[in-house]
Design a protein around this ligand. Sequence first.
Ligand code: NAD
Length: 529
Amino acid sequence: MLSRSTRLARVVQTSTRLYSTAYPTTHAKIENPVDTKAFINGQAVASKATTWFDLHDPATNNLVTRVPQSTDEEMRQAVEAAQKAFLTWKDTSIMHRQQVAFNFVRLIRDNWDRLAASITLEQGKTFADAKGDVLRGLQVAEQACSIPNTLMGESLEVAKNMRTEMYREPLGVVAAIAPFNFPAMVPLWSIPLALVTGNTLILKPSERDPGAALILAELITEAGAPPGTVNIIHGGAPTVNFICDAPEIKAISFVGGDAAGKHIHQRGGANGKRVQANLGAKNHCVLMPDADKNFALNSIVGAAFGAAGQRCMALSTLVTTQGTGSWMPELVERAKKLTINGGFEADADLGPVISPAAKARCEALIQSAIDEGATVLLDGRGQHPAKYPNGNFIGPTIITGVKPGMKCYDQEIFGPVLVVVDTTDLDDAIGLINRNKYGNGAAIFTRSGAAGNKFQKQIQAGQIGINVPIPVPLPMFSFTGNKGSFLGDLNFYGKAGVMFLTQYKTVTTQWRDEDVTSQKADVIMPTQS
Ligand code: NAD
């Protein structure tokens, strides 16, 4: 087992091997920040942008890099490179593409610390949690290695000497638009599957933390993906609209908030593209009186405050019932044990939120809860580690007495804030959850099989956890949010993800074993089988 300092030193060493900026492994001020590049046709490309997004370390608010709003010309170059690459990439053998996936998996493992370090610096989550961010994406890449089996088609002799086969072909150029909160995992929901299915990809990472995506582009290139197969362009709404409108792009995978997702689903759909869009969430957890108390309380604290609550599957709403509201003082004690600190600090349990604006929004929602009559049992406002006075820190916050209609319940907070709603029984709890517009995930803690079964059957959320606080399926399954948390028909990764990235083709072949003697053509549909 390498020491932490050795591991981090290696990050710096390996980062010079490829094109992208060497990522520091502390929150020390970067004296000469390097502008983020695009990745077009296998090359890191300096932008001629006139508009730039300043990217700050959330722990310090020091400048890390500037991210370009890619110019129209750069975006066009990327699409043209992807379109050109598709013509040859689609004809590579499935075994060749599988080898690239195997290499990619190995390279992600080799660069795991480097990827995680870039996430901690740009996004703020702790280094250990950033490694988890990489792992959950790596697992999609590993699953993509099974593509020869997943893509196997169907074939049947449908008449004498006549056979139909049905198989899936790539769509062409596809695009992915990512959020800030999982800078490696979400790009990895798309990169490996787009490539092994024979597509080429335009990726737009979040303009708030694109570093991990750039490293991944370099790694997939080193793994053997030819120039043009993966391209990265940057920016905000202009880049998104370019992706929605570019006729070469056949499908868009979006992960992020409701406003952008609805816009992309509508605009991309109007242009005839397939769109899958994972949106916002408000994940509820029911705490039953027969639950294993220690396990449940520890799980709830971890799932509510890990990653500073900035996970789409974070447990943001606790539903107490039949007396479990009396457990809240104990929940508070456990939450108080968490350490907020810069993500590179060894003792950090949670880091800062992404921006001063996100912090201000969380704090305003906490205040709104007080104003609307709820009780703040644990108030994380105003807390910051001594070493990081300028970061976007908020301590774990627990608000009880919350009801639907209050802003802190109705809105996704996306910070380390747990709201607690009291209900009378399991039916009452299920009703509350089903009335919520979102359907990403829901969990229950109970020792009762009957309660778990009822919860599973009656809850209208797409990902259910029974004694599992964050029930995100591994990539042999799919990420199955529903209701207001998803737009589209086919979910991300797993079989559904492969379906989204491919289209069926059927071929019917006839090899007659006797010559035709009739001189007259048949014009009717067959009337007998
Ligand atoms: P966001 O919607 O602000 O940004 C997502 C992407 O959309 C970014 O690439 C951004 O550049 C782009 N974008 C933002 N505003 C836009 C606009 N007006 N027009 C066009 N494009 C725009 O989301 P975020 O803040 O980066 O991420 C947090 C959100 O993502 C939360 O709501 C969270 O629940 C959600 N999320 C959902 C899932 C899921 O699987 N359901 C996973 C991760 C994050």
